[in-house]
Ligand binder design. Sequence first.
Ligand SMILES: Cc1cc2nc3c(=O)[nH]c(=O)nc-3n(C[C@H](O)[C@H](O)[C@H](O)COP(=O)(O)OP(=O)(O)OC[C@H]3O[C@@H](n4cnc5c(N)ncnc54)[C@H](O)[C@@H]3O)c2cc1C
Length: 427
Amino acid sequence: MNIPQTSFPRIVVIGGGFAGISLARKLAKHEVQVVLLDKHNYHTFQPLLYQVSTGGLEPDSIAYPIRKVIKNFPNFYFRLASVNHIQTDENLLHTNIGRLKYDHLVIATGSKTNYFGNKQVEANSMAMKTVPQSLNLRSLILENFEEALLTDDLNERNALMNFVIVGAGPTGVELAGALAEIKKGILPKDYPDLDTRQVQINLVQSGDRVLPTMSEKASKKAEQFLEKLGVNVWKNVRVTNYDGRLVTTNTDIEFKTATMVWAAGVKAADIPGIDVSCLADRSCRIKVDSFSRVEGYSNIYAIGDVAAMLNDTYKYGHPMVAQVAIQQGKALGENLIRMIKGQEMEPFVYKDKGSMATIGRNKAVVDMRKLRFGGVFAWFIWMFIHLFFLIGFRNRMVVFINWVYNYVRFDREARLIIRPYKQKSAR
Ligand SMILES: Cc1cc2nc3c(=O)[nH]c(=O)nc-3n(C[C@H](O)[C@H](O)[C@H](O)COP(=O)(O)OP(=O)(O)OC[C@H]3O[C@@H](n4cnc5c(N)ncnc54)[C@H](O)[C@@H]3O)c2cc1C
């Protein structure tokens, strides 16, 4: 990999997501050599992926070059590499571009979509975990309308204009809200010769409320917002299969649709080589102690979505959200420096700053400690926080300008089929 040997300890970080980047920033300018590996050369701001899928933002504005993050950090090296295996007995990584030795290893690989073993759902549904997947979804949505315009077959037309989103967590709720706004504000103008009133947006949730990780108040408010926007919310309905045309559930309810978006679960993006007894059961997250050290290893750490730090407060590990990843990255950075200086490490304590979700224009819900509210003010807070955490001044400016423009013009101009999805799959 052409990484020079130095007298500094080598810390290899796998993953330039929220956790990996905040760790890297803490290690900058210390006497360590840091090698950051990621299969993408950019950091993705995942909370805004749904806006890319729905034409509200260009993908470039929510992605940021990893090399730019570390450009002023001495002794930092980035390699575009996919890590395939960790050989723990040799302190060695196997990647698609070669092998690399580490003194300390940090796994910050995040999570991937969990299909719970359902291969048909995996093959036929759309995921929204990465920028390319979001662009695929954007293309598919738009291609569906182009096709609906052409077909004389009413069933086919309805299936093309019927959207099913599985999972009513923040991702599902935000996507459903955005689609409902497109139906209301954009489709009638773009497709005047199509009866876009027939467009159906179905949000299917196996539990008894939307946004189950937020307060009851937030769930109720969010559901009201969704209903106001015309989204059909199906609670206590579990999707059992999807063959590319028909969604079946554990009830009598079925949906004929050309588009099912799977936002029903994630699991850790773990890498082979770590002892499987270190994996928490349901999520496959890597079990770590309060210093983020992987159980049973002295020089391997895991942070962010991939890690499960089980304790009395978080029996299944911390929530898989950006704040946890950022805070764990910072805390581990400080601890690694302490350790290298021969000082004691400090246990990680999560400071829960609350959670929020937006359902659409002027509609959001916020849970902040004891404060729980929804509406326009919550929506402004949601926007401000997302702008604040975006990486890069240009990205903040571009997103801000886009939002102002979209708000004033009731528009989403990035509704472009740049890389057709259907054509690609057919090939
Ligand atoms: C659609 C969506 C919406 C979300 N909305 C919110 C929200 O509103 N609020 C919130 O707090 N959280 C939200 N989240 C969750 C949040 O994005 C994650 O908790 C956060 O990204 C976790 O950070 P991380 O650093 O652990 O992983 P990630 O940010 O996922 O980064 C992991 C990195 O590792 C790299 N990688 C993975 N495997 C390998 C490998 N084998 N080799 C090399 N590189 C690898 C990936 O390319 C990636 O860059 C959302 C997530 C999604 C998908």
